[in-house]
Design a protein around this ligand. Structure first.
Ligand code: ATP
Ligand code: MN
Length: 478
């Protein structure tokens, strides 16, 4: 179907057979004896080299062959004499699909800053770095579906528009068709949402978990993989306003099972990327090494492939929140008052604390369990002591929290008590509470932020660079 992609052509044995190339020019180089055109179609990080003779084409045509232009080249596949590639194409004919005026085209063959590329997000997929990231992103998404399918999970599509504001996971974006300049009012003077599209207030979802639990109470093992929205004004390198979340939810899983699954799951999908994205990972590894050249040796990160293999090959450290606090209290940065946020039992760990545990203390991924109930969501199962809940966060080097999960409270009475305690009107989640009324079961689940995983695997530093068109405060251009 369609022309053979460059990825395939590069693997084909050269027998002077006629081939057709379609792609975008990365570079054109002219020497006395030949014109070299490096063409890329996005199927691989590698370009294919097309070689034409000087005088073979009119100067008018060659002027249109510039970085960024799109060409159809026919020619013959031959063994390459140059180093760096095994085959090349001896050009017979060039058709210019679309020129790219070098005076105007912003992507020239030189290093552009990631900040600049963010401003031209419509073109940045044409760079080596972003095409590599996008191929890895695809491969990870595929590996995730494959993992769950191979393990008896069903893909459940949970709603994106929701009327429940009970998840409590963050600020929500409102969904409305009301005329903002002419809002209907109630007799009390409030906005009358009864006149809105859904006859009530509606928002974009912050998590598919509550509906995911409904699925697990019927299909046993489900997962969601969809867009998630948070309107929190967090201008960090790890937060987006729109991100993709994977949320498995399993009946008959206790916290231990949940941890085992989370660990096996991330290791398996990272291993899949290692096995299937070698060229792109090599490229990103070199890119990272290049970027870190100016840093002193001890501040440089592990080579990317080494870092990924390490995570895949070693067991994650598992400990309780209480044990983690003890470690932090004994730590050097705490004693020297270097942490920005103070440490003590009961605090919500901030990413500096998480990263200390992962990067300095254990030097490997960590799973923390049994958090104080006050800092976690109402649906988490109470530990026997009544003080902590059966939560589990998976913490990764360079990232901090990558997964948040828990065993869910399956007792109707205890759940209702917590709902009231945190001030949620039980009426608004009557359907959620009914799962505990009718055939309740022990169950667990977690949420993995897809972009945080892509961030880790690609070794990039900013979450805005691992999603094609990032959404963050004051940015929704593309
Ligand atoms: P954090 O404390 O890092 O802000 P959270 O505890 O609010 O995260 P959860 O509600 O537990 O996040 O969401 C589950 C997972 O979704 C997180 O572990 C993380 O990987 C991811 N995640 C959460 N918020 C964002 C965001 N704004 N952008 C990208 N990923 C996110
Ligand atoms: Mn969390």
């Amino acid at each position: 179907m369609g022309p053979l992609q460059i990825k395939e052509l590069l693997k084909t044995s050269p027998e002077e057979q006629s081939v057709t190339l379609k792609g975008w020019v990365r570079t054109k180089r002219e020497s006395k004896n030949a014109i070299f055109i490096a063409l890329n179609d996005g199927s691989t990080i590698h370009n294919i080299q097309a070689v034409a003779e000087p005088g073979q084409f009119s100067p008018e045509l060659l002027l249109q062959v510039t970085t960024g232009s799109c060409l159809k080249i026919t020619g013959n596949l031959v063994a390459s004499l140059g180093s760096g590639q095994s085959v090349e194409v001896k050009v017979q004919d060039i058709q210019v699909y679309g020129a790219a005026d070098p005076e105007l085209y912003p992507l020239q063959p030189k290093r552009h800053s990631l900040e600049f590329l963010r401003e031209i997000a419509h073109l940045r997929p044409r760079t080596n770095t972003f095409s590599a990231i996008l191929r890895i992103r695809h491969t990870l998404a595929f590996a995730i579906h494959k993992y769950f399918n191979d393990n008896g999970f069903f893909y459940l599509h949970t709603p994106i528009i929701t009327a429940s504001d009970a998840e409590g996971a963050g600020e929500m974006f409102r969904v409305t068709t009301l005329d903002l300049k002419n809002l209907p009012k109630t007799d009390e003077g409030d906005i009358n949402f009864k006149e809105d599209f859904f006859g009530r207030e509606a928002n974009l979802t912050v998590s598919g978990q509550l509906e995911g639990e409904l699925g697990a109470m019927a299909l046993s093992k489900i997962y969601t993989f969809g867009p998630t929205f948070r309107a929190e004004n967090s201008n960090t390198t790890r937060h987006l306003a729109e991100f993709w979340m994977i949320e498995p939810e399993m009946a008959f899983f206790e916290l231990e099972d949940n941890m085992d699954l989370a660990e096996d799951f991330v290791k398996t999908v990272i291993r899949y990327a290692l096995e299937n994205c070698k060229d792109d990972l090599d490229f990103l590894q070199n890119r990272l090494a290049e970027e870190e050249k100016s840093k002193p040796q001890n501040e440089r990160s592990l080579p990317l492939l080494e870092k990924l293999s390490f995570v895949v090959d070693n067991p994650f450290e598992r400990l309780t929140y209480t044990e983690a606090i003890e470690i932090l209290l004994k730590s050097k940065p705490h004693k020297e008052k270097k942490f920005q946020y103070p440490v003590g039992w009961g605090i919500d760990l901030s990413s500096e604390h998480e990263r200390y545990l992962v990067e300095k203390h254990f030097k490997k991924p960590v799973i923390l369990t049994s958090y104080p109930r006050e800092i976690k969501s109402f649906y988490m199962k109470l530990d026997d002591d009544g003080k902590t809940v059966r939560a589990m966060d998976v913490l990764f080097p360079g990232i901090g929290e990558i997964i948040g999960g828990s065993q869910r409270e399956d007792s109707y009475e205890k759940l209702l008590e917590r709902v009231n305690e945190v001030g949620i009107d039980p009426e608004t989640i009557w359907w959620y509470l009914e799962t505990r009324k009718f055939g309740t079961a022990p169950h667990s689940g977690f949420g993995l932020g897809f972009e945080r995983l892509v961030l880790f695997v690609t070794g990039m530093g900013n979450i805005r660079d691992v999603i094609p068109f990032p959404r963050y405060p004051r940015s929704a251009e593309f």
